[in-house]
Design a binder for this molecule. Structure first.
Ligand code: ADP
Length: 638
């Protein structure tokens, strides 16, 4: 490759501070896995070829007569130099400065924080965070990048740096289209000057790059007395789209290797599905369920990546948003359409009817893969742990798939806690329901501990009625959107006026009626004192061992969640709850016996605050609560 320097003067620039930080970290932590620099630079070269091919769809002249897109690796053993050359899109000077001198994507700090010190894991982070180019400095003392942008009038540029905080830029009079990255390898890095070593790295990481990767092959040794043969340019990768090959030709290892290249995940995929669809429209999908959640699965990234759209083998764009609902954002893969028009713009793709058909087919296919995975308890346990809470979002977002998703949901219940099983399904819960039971009872709480100790559990424990225990952050939100499973409505045991008469025996019912009558005056007294705090006071049919509990109305958000949102600064509408009391409890009887109205009022407030706390609520006056409690505790000692 020739590149002549023009008359231009070289200018020196300082790296953005974060770049130096990333560079240092990367060099130190990835040294034990340094070969990955080649994977990163080849991926960049391949992206550059993809970009050119895509832009040339609407502007053929960008090819400048050369459509043979390829990546070439050149070894100059004497000079200690390795070059990665592509004839892709190239960069203008401005692009070089903004792409290579700064880290455009906002994730730099996150990247630094995410580094684990485990070089295998960290090496995958590079790809996920878009800082791959810098991995060149793991093996190179000096990197020279020269590039010319396809179709631009601007002069080519040469960028040079030793990775120590500064880089120099100058313009070049001539340069072939595309980019040359020239690595001046450190003195201990001569292994990367051996063609067999380079070949083995390429077949390990870059075999499925869809462009040919070429290199001069070492010639066969010359026969005695013959001229030595000239080395020949050969293609050292498969250079075909893996998904376009027949399934029968592909081994599991091929699928896993492709997954890793596609996803920047170092773990194996949990499962995959490779399909060719013919009919009204023809397309191929290769979809993967990962085994581990990506680091940013729960953050709302603007641009979601993971599902790549190809049209006739040509990369068009990352199209996860168009092709997958948000709650399946962890899926990785490729969709390759035969029918979409090649010269389509991103905007048009957004509401293309062919694509929305593919989207619903992909969604169904993925849910089918998850269903299949659920046949294997052990595999599904791992999967559910990683992705269960994201799938639950689907119950809110995707009405059409609600039935399917409800079948997939796994949960703990009072029963699974007893039998030490990891979970149950809703179908199993329904099969265990009491003869008269017509509802699926559940409780949401901050933790399993809080759920199990909740005063609301009382009557359910006593009558051995199974309760679903939900402790995920998304659970309360999810339950607000689903109404029933298999015709059985969901009922929170902490909300509304529970009517359990049909589930308890005649005696318990009669007892409750008698207690309600006998406690009428206590209820009135409590109402008078707690008028500003409660909507109503009533005798509970829920409680067994606790003196009182707070009950909110059906459509209100659970107290622990209200408390959390309040803490996060959200205004919570202050509608008043109901206080339920248990007249059989000694404490309630003690309160009932207070003839002094001031003392009665103090007891009443104390018991209300206790019930409020049990619910995970936040006290309005914690100091007042502590004072009341202390006074009463001290009176025991007197
Ligand atoms: P990423 O490729 O993940 O964005 P990199 O640090 O590897 O992160 O590269 C930064 C950017 O530099 C790329 O996004 C691309 O715009 C540009 N770039 C790198 N290598 C090339 C190349 N060979 N040809 C054209 N542009 C390139």
């Amino acid at each position: 490759m020739s590149a002549t320097t023009a008359e231009s003067k070289s200018t020196t620039h300082a790296f953005q501070a974060e770049v130096s930080q990333v560079l240092n970290l990367m060099i130190n932590s990835l040294y034990s896995n340094k070969e990955i620099f080649l994977r990163e630079l080849i991926a960049n070269a391949s992206d550059a070829c993809d970009k050119l091919r895509f832009e040339a769809l609407t502007n053929d002249s960008l090819f400048e007569g050369d459509q043979d897109l390829a990546i070439t690796l050149e070894i100059d053993e004497d000079a200690g130099v390795l070059r990665i050359i592509d004839n892709g899109i190239g960069m203008t000077e401005e692009e070089v400065i903004s792409n290579i001198g700064t880290i455009a994507r906002s994730g730099t700090r996150k990247f630094v924080e995410s580094m684990t010190g485990d070089s295998r894991k960290d090496s995958q982070l590079i790809g996920q965070f878009g800082v791959g180019f810098y991995s060149a400095f793991i093996v190179a003392d000096k990197v020279v990048l020269s590039t010319r942008k396809a179709g631009s009038d601007e002069a080519a540029v040469r960028w040079e740096s030793d990775g120590k905080g500064e880089y120099a830029i100058e313009t070049l009079a001539e340069h072939p289209r595309g980019t040359v990255v020239e690595l001046h390898l450190g003195k201990d890095e001569s292994e990367f000057l051996k063609s067999y070593r380079i070949r083995s790295i390429v077949s390990k990481y870059s075999d499925f790059i869809a462009f040919p990767i070429r290199m001069l092959a070492d010639p066969a040794p010359a026969e005695e007395g013959e001229e030595p043969l000239a080395p020949e340019m050969t293609v050292i990768n498969q250079a075909t789209a893996l998904w376009a090959r027949p399934k029968g030709e592909l081994a599991d290892e091929d699928y896993q290797a492709f997954y890793k290249q596609l996803s920047n995940d170092f773990n194996d995929a949990a499962s995959w599905s490779h399909n060719r669809v013919e009919g009204n429209q023809a397309y191929t999908t290769l979809l993967y369920l990962p085994s581990k959640a990506p680091y940013d699965m729960m953050s709302n990234r603007e641009e979601r990546q993971g599902l790549k759209l190809y049209i006739k083998r040509m990369f068009i764009m990352d199209a996860a948003e168009t092709l997958l609902p948000n709650y399946l954002r962890f899926v990785r893969g490729v969709v390759d359409s035969d029918d979409l028009p090649l010269n389509v713009s991103r905007e048009l793709l957004q509401d293309n009817p062919l694509l929305s058909k593919i989207r619903s087919a992909v969604t169904k296919r993925v849910l089918g893969m998850i269903e299949k995975l659920s046949d294997d308890d052990e595999a599904f346990a791992t999967f559910w742990k990683e992705f269960g809470s994201v799938l639950k979002e689907g119950l809110v977002e995707d009405f059409a798939q609600r039935e399917t998703l409800l079948k997939l949901i796994r949960m703990q219940t009072t029963q699974t806690r007893k039998t030490d099983e990891p979970w149950t399904t809703l179908a199993d819960y329904v099969s265990r329901m009491k003869p008269n039971q017509d509802k699926i009872y559940y409780l949401t709480a901050d933790s399993m501990q809080a759920a199990l100790n909740s005063p609301h559990m009382g009557i359910f424990d006593k009558n051995d009625i199974e309760v679903v225990l939900l402790t995920d952050r998304v659970d309360e939100w999810m339950m607000g959107h689903i109404t029933d499973f298999d015709g059985k409505p969901f009922q929170s045991i902490a909300k509304g006026d529970l009517d359990l008469n049909h589930l308890v025996d005649e005696d318990t019912r009669k007892q409750h009626e008698a207690q309600s009558k006998a406690s009428e005056s206590l209820v009135e007294r409590l109402k008078a004192v707690l008028d500003d705090k409660v909507e109503d006071v009533r005798v509970s049919s829920r409680l067994t061992d606790s003196p009182a509990c707070i009950v909110i109305s059906e459509n209100e958000m659970a107290m622990h969640l209200q408390a959390m949102l309040k803490q996060a600064g959200h205004e919570m509408p202050g509608s008043k709850p109901t206080l339920e009391i248990n007249p059989q409890h000694a404490l309630v009887q003690l309160i009932d016996g207070q003839t002094d109205e001031d003392s009665f009022a103090e007891w009443a407030r104390l018991i209300f605050d206790q019930a409020w706390l049990s619910e995970g609520g936040q006290l309005e006056d914690p100091a007042g609560f502590v004072r009341r409690q202390n006074e009463r505790m001290m009176s025991i000692g007197q």
